[in-house]
Write a protein that binds this ligand. Structure first.
Ligand code: NAD
Length: 357
């Protein structure tokens, strides 16, 4: 690999993309080009700590805009692409699926075609080194019963419009590898949590509602099980995969940490009880309310990440208790970051829509 490769990250202003860019700037010599259209979920405020670094560039565009994307490739000449740009919120995909089709499916298609043409313009050595890492979700596999876990050979059974759009994108990447020899790697990861996550997702909703004394609406009986992974552990896996993963392969990434939604809510509440000893809302668990379940709600996801552990030696480093404590503390200390989301987003202002998990 070159000492100072140029990595093009799509969706770098989002939750996971910004964690990835902060990691790349802190621990590598890479140049980073962040391609993001700044949807409601994207914020340059997540990148203020690295924004002035001369190794970093931001390009605001929609990945489905083929001429604009090709121009960015030819301007920056990346050695690799890490593709994270997507619409990501399951509830929004149920109410309005079209943006999920446009960004996740058409956007990925345009990116693949752009990469295919661009690679042909590279010299033989750079072309041979070039990699595309496509970042996806365990939701493509559908729901599990009480036992078992998803391995990479699990058939795809997506149940929500979000999951179906990600599944479609995964299939496109796979086909572009097999048909055109595009050097792609796919990763399917479980639920992430951590700082800078948009406050429509379960854990930030729980923290911010409880802090304000608002109800914590939990879908169904709160019995849905998710496997939780701290975001910094996920992006460390992505960087390892880009450098040492095998082209044409899929890797599952998970935290080995299954929790029901109700368990997560109780953990957040007891952390807040401890961190806010004078809050009038203590004990925060009294704010928990059960509401009608989400349509098509998958009961359980669990990841078997042994392929990644065996082939690359990756293991999650952050326990759920430590990661959640860091996350709660971060939201309490960073109102400047999340307050503009709450005031600027009509969907977050409609209390009845702020369901959890
Ligand atoms: P996010 O919603 O926080 O951020 C997505 C980013 O992509 C935003 O900055 C947005 O502006 C940008 N974007 C969306 N559509 C775009 C387009 N058409 N062109 C350019 N930019 C666009 O999402 P996230 O949670 O950081 O997820 C990142 C990726 O990881 C997604 O592909 C998601 O499917 C995948 N993933 C997420 C999780 C999770 O728990 N959050 C788990 C597994 C996989």
């Amino acid at each position: 690999a070159t000492a100072q490769p140029t990595i093009l990250v799509t969706g770098g202003a989002g939750f996971i993309g910004s964690a990835l860019i902060r990691l790349l700037m802190a621990t590598t010599q890479a140049r980073v080009v962040n391609v993001d259209k700044l949807s409601y979920a994207g914020s340059l405020q997540s990148l203020t700590t690295i924004a002035d670094d001369p190794r970093y560039r931001f390009e605001r565009l929609d990945i489905a805009d083929a001429p604009a994307l090709a121009a960015v490739f030819h301007r920056h000449r990346p050695d690799a692409v890490m593709h994270l740009a997507a619409e990501t919120h399951v509830d929004r995909s149920i109410g309005a699926p079209r943006p999920f089709i446009e960004s996740n499916i058409v956007g990925t298609f345009v990116l693949l075609e752009t990469v295919r043409t661009y690679r042909d313009s590279l010299d033989a050595a750079t072309r041979a080194r070039f990699r595309l890492l496509h970042v996806s979700t365990d939701e493509v596999y559908g729901s599990l019963g009480a036992t078992g876990s998803f391995r990479e050979d699990r058939p795809y059974r997506p149940n929500s419009p979000y999951a179906a759009s990600k599944a479609a994108a995964d299939h496109l990447v796979r086909a572009w590898h097999h048909t055109y020899g595009l050097p792609a790697i796919i990763s399917n990861c479980s639920n992430n949590y951590g700082p800078y996550q948009y406050p429509e997702k379960l854990i930030p909703v729980l923290i911010l509602n409880a802090r304000a004394g608002r109800p914590l609406p939990i879908y169904g009986a709160g019995a849905n099980v998710r496997d939780w992974l701290y975001v910094d552990d996920h992006v460390a896996a992505l960087w390892q995969l880009l450098n040492a993963g095998e082209v044409g392969e899929t890797y599952n990434i998970g935290g080995g940490c299954e929790r029901t939604t109700l368990q997560v809510a109780h953990c957040v509440c007891s952390l807040l009880d401890r961190l806010l000893p004078t809050s009038p809302h203590r004990p925060h668990a009294q704010l928990i309310r059960f509401v009608a379940d989400r349509p098509g709600h998958d009961l359980r996801y669990a990841i078997d990440a042994s392929k990644l552990a065996t082939s690359l030696g990756w293991q999650p480093q952050t326990s759920f208790e430590r990661g959640l404590a860091q996350t709660v503390a971060w939201y309490l200390a960073n109102e400047d970051w999340w307050q503009p989301c709450l005031t600027g987003d009509d969907r977050l202002n409609a209390d009845e829509k702020r369901d959890c998990g």
